[in-house]
Design a protein around this ligand. Structure first.
Ligand SMILES: Nc1ncnc2c1ncn2[C@@H]1O[C@H](COP(=O)(O)OP(=O)(O)O)[C@@H](O)[C@H]1O
Ligand SMILES: [Mg+2]
Length: 279
């Protein structure tokens, strides 16, 4: 099933007197169960692409053209389409889990609210039970205790697990994860990536992953698109792009992480696992 189809997406950002074409004619698709990654340097337009698809850019800042179909429906036209799909067919995992939750509401309250988007008929006890089971599913230890906690009482890694649980609660076909581990300690990054892989295996959810980290892209992706100055310079199966980068920009990105072992090495996750055990 085709979960996302983006065709010639353009985003112009209106900044005072100037116009920045942050996304300059980007096309790609994601099928069920796939992880497709956009990789590129900071400022290359990755987040703008994601935010345009989710229609989270203010209308007075961003002019969007082209097409982005989620579950077959074009979300670039009227906002009512994405308003119905967001939190249902598509869910966002944000970059910074520390600021994504409401600081003055408990984890439990925010979890049950998320649960009720998909299941508005659940009563309070049922919604709580569903929230607790989701917290277990994302391996939050002692969910009953964390349920009553406030965001500042949880670590960044635990908060990201809460946000992933919320995304899972929507039963979405597509998760958009914008640098989901960049704000986290290297010791907890691997656990979050593992969790995403595990959830994808269980549910077949498609993932649009955004990262500047080629190690993350290599671990997670089926296909990658390399983004530079708003456009894709190359793309394809992750092994092709990593082993035979055609564009000098990709070669430069690859050259920036010389410490990675060969792709075929079955221990490709080993450095991450090793880091994860430090703490
Ligand atoms: N709120 C904004 N106002 C004006 N320009 C922005 C804004 N957000 C991003 N940009 C510009 O859009 C371009 C792409 O940014 P972004 O999508 O955030 O890149 P990435 O996520 O790849 O780091 C950059 O040139 C950036 O300066
Ligand atoms: Mg970004």
């Amino acid at each position: 099933m085709r979960v996302l189809e983006v065709t010639d997406l353009q985003v112009e950002l209106l900044t005072g007197t100037s116009v920045v074409r942050a996304v300059d004619g980007v096309s790609f698709h994601i099928d069920e169960g796939e992880t497709v990654t956009i990789i590129g340097e900071s400022g290359s337009g990755k987040s703008t692409t994601a935010m345009a698809i989710l229609r989270l850019l203010p209308d007075d800042l961003a002019v969007i053209s082209g097409e982005a179909r989620i579950a077959g429906q074009d979300v670039t036209g009227t906002r009512t389409v994405i308003d119905k799909l967001r939190g249902r067919a598509v869910a966002l995992i944000p970059q910074d889990p520390m600021t994504a939750l409401n600081p003055i509401r408990t984890i439990g309250r925010q979890m049950t609210e998320a649960v009720r988007i998909k299941h508005p008929d659940l009563n309070k006890a049922e919604a709580k039970a569903r929230a607790l089971s989701l917290m277990e599913q994302v391996h939050i230890r002692n969910p009953a205790k964390q349920f009553d906690a406030y965001p500042h009482q949880l670590s960044g890694g635990m908060l990201q697990r809460v946000l992933i649980a919320m995304a899972v609660s929507t039963d979405a076909d597509l998760i958009i994860a914008d640098e989901p581990t960049s704000a986290l300690d290297v010791t907890v990054q691997a656990g979050i990536l593992d969790l995403l892989l595990e959830l994808q295996e269980q549910t077949g959810i498609a993932i649009l992953l955004i990262t500047h980290d080629l190690g993350v892209a290599r671990l997670m992706s089926d296909r990658v698109h390399v983004m530079k100055s708003g456009a894709f310079v190359e793309g394809g199966p992750v092994t092709d792009v990593v082993d035979h980068p055609q564009h000098p920009y990709t070669q430069k990105l690859l050259g920036a992480i010389p410490e990675l072992g060969p792709w075929e090495d079955p221990g490709v996750t080993a450095p991450l696992v090793k880091e994860a055990s430090h703490g």
